[in-house]
Design a protein around this ligand. Structure first.
Ligand code: HEC
Length: 400
């Protein structure tokens, strides 16, 4: 990858995380505010005050009134910028990393032999289709418990379906991207337009239709519950223990459900100061099952013995088993790894062939594999590997 392009992905990732933190920070703050504020007991300043809240933070005391305005206040601030920026930088990252590097990051021929356009189409399609379906559900079903149940099942189905076509890492990322896009679309297509509609009414001197406010609040609340699942599945791309497991999609679904339970536990606590420990119990059960599943050993792909009758193939196979598969295996023998780094396994020649360019790059160009050369791979061995990789048409990256 070109150095400038790599810097671009670094900077966009930085912006993505910062925008995401700002978005979630304000969103969590206002969620907390709405649930923690209470109807006023003392005289208030504004008309139609619903709730007030006293706070102390960073050396100052604050007093807020939550109200339905009768007239427009020119300097009314909104907070949608970070949501839009998070979405745009996320889309840019997806394009830069997963679409530009489609054959490294998106296609795993051992999972499904997608063509490059097919893989990108599936990536775009899965993300594009989710919001219209969810939006239709929200418009037709008023009971949010039902909406939650459908979204939870649909998310688990999506996690399963995506893991049938993409490698584990890409599948986790796409579940996160699908949910994150729903959140951003909620802001863009429901929350902002309803805010604008209310301001227009006030500016025109009309009676405020507070239903707009409730519509916006509903989606904002959905976003609040989706946040923990999104963060886990996005971060999950760093956890090969989870994403490269044969039950990766179940593990992901369980942890996401636990996240929603934890969120709900806190939200109830803000509103009523009560603690519903049943929610914590459900979260704990989900967590224990998810962790338990990761103890089930991942079955290693079996090398076809017929291939090893060829002396060259036998030599390459043994070389890779000795120098690489201590870490890169379904069951690593290296004490430093419980699962293959980046979920990348080299138990068979088929797995080696499937990522031959990547292996060429890391073993013969950057030469940072074996990591720290802890398995003492010699230059002679590297050259033997090079000759064989070249004989099957492999070469350095980028090949896009
Ligand atoms: C001591 C453990 C260890 C050994 C031995 C090892 N690797 Fe790695 N490998 C890692 C770690 C950790 C990473 C992830 C960090 C990184 O990418 O720098 C990794 C990443 C990789 C990747 C990137 C995978 C991806 O999906 O981006 C490739 C390719 C790779 N190794 C090839 C090899 C090859 C080929 C060998 C043997 C010649 C080898 N490694 C030996 C630990 C090891």
């Amino acid at each position: 990858m070109d150095i400038l392009l790599e810097w671009l992905t670094i900077l966009v990732r930085w912006a993505h995380i910062m925008a995401g933190i700002s978005w979630i920070g304000t969103s969590f703050y206002f969620n907390w505010f709405d649930l923690s504020s209470r109807p006023p007991k003392e005289p208030v300043l504004k008309e139609n005050v619903r709730n007030t809240l006293h706070e102390v933070h960073g050396g100052s005391f604050y007093y807020h009134e939550q109200y339905w305005p009768g007239s427009d206040y020119k300097r009314t601030l909104a907070h949608s910028g970070p949501a839009q920026l998070t979405f745009l930088t996320g889309a840019a990252l997806l394009a830069l990393i997963y679409w530009y590097g489609v054959s490294i990051y998106l296609i795993d021929p051992l999972v499904y032999n997608l063509s490059k356009p097919g893989a990108i189409l599936l990536s775009v399609g899965s993300i594009a289709i989710a919001y219209p379906l969810y939006d239709k559900l929200c418009r037709e079903v008023d009971d949010d418990r039902k909406v939650f149940a459908v979204v939870a099942i649909a998310t688990a189905v999506a996690a399963f379906a995506l893991s049938q076509f993409f490698g584990g890492r890409a599948a986790y990322l796409h579940v996160g991207a699908v949910l994150g896009t729903i959140m951003a679309a909620n802001v863009q297509f429901v929350i902002i337009p309803n805010h604008i509609a209310m301001r227009r009414q006030i500016q025109a001197g009309e009676k405020l239709d507070t239903h707009h406010g409730f519509l916006a609040k509903r989606r904002s609340q959905h976003n609040n519950y989706i946040t923990l699942p999104v963060i886990f599945s996005m971060l999950g791309i760093h956890f090969p223990l989870a994403y490269s497991h044969q039950y990766a999609w179940i593990i992901l679904s369980l942890v996401m459900l636990a996240g929603v339970m934890l969120r709900h536990f806190r939200n109830i606590q803000f509103t009523s100061e009560k603690k519903d420990y049943r929610l914590l119990a459900v979260a704990a059960v989900c967590g224990v099952i998810a962790i338990g599943l990761t103890y089930i050993p991942k079955p290693a792909a079996q090398q076809d013995p017929a291939e090893l009758t060829d002396p060259v193939l036998k030599d390459i196979y043994e070389l890779v088993q000795q120098r690489c598969a201590t870490c890169h295996s379904a069951q690593p023998t290296s004490e430093d790894f419980t699962s293959a780094p980046l979920g990348f396994m080299l138990d068979t020649l088929a797995q080696l062939r499937a990522k031959a360019n990547l292996v060429y790059q890391r073993t013969l160009v950057t030469k940072d594999m074996p990591i720290g050369n802890v398995t003492n791979m010699t230059e002679v061995e590297r050259e033997r590997l090079r000759a064989w990789l070249q004989s099957i048409g492999a070469g350095p990256l980028p090949e896009e």
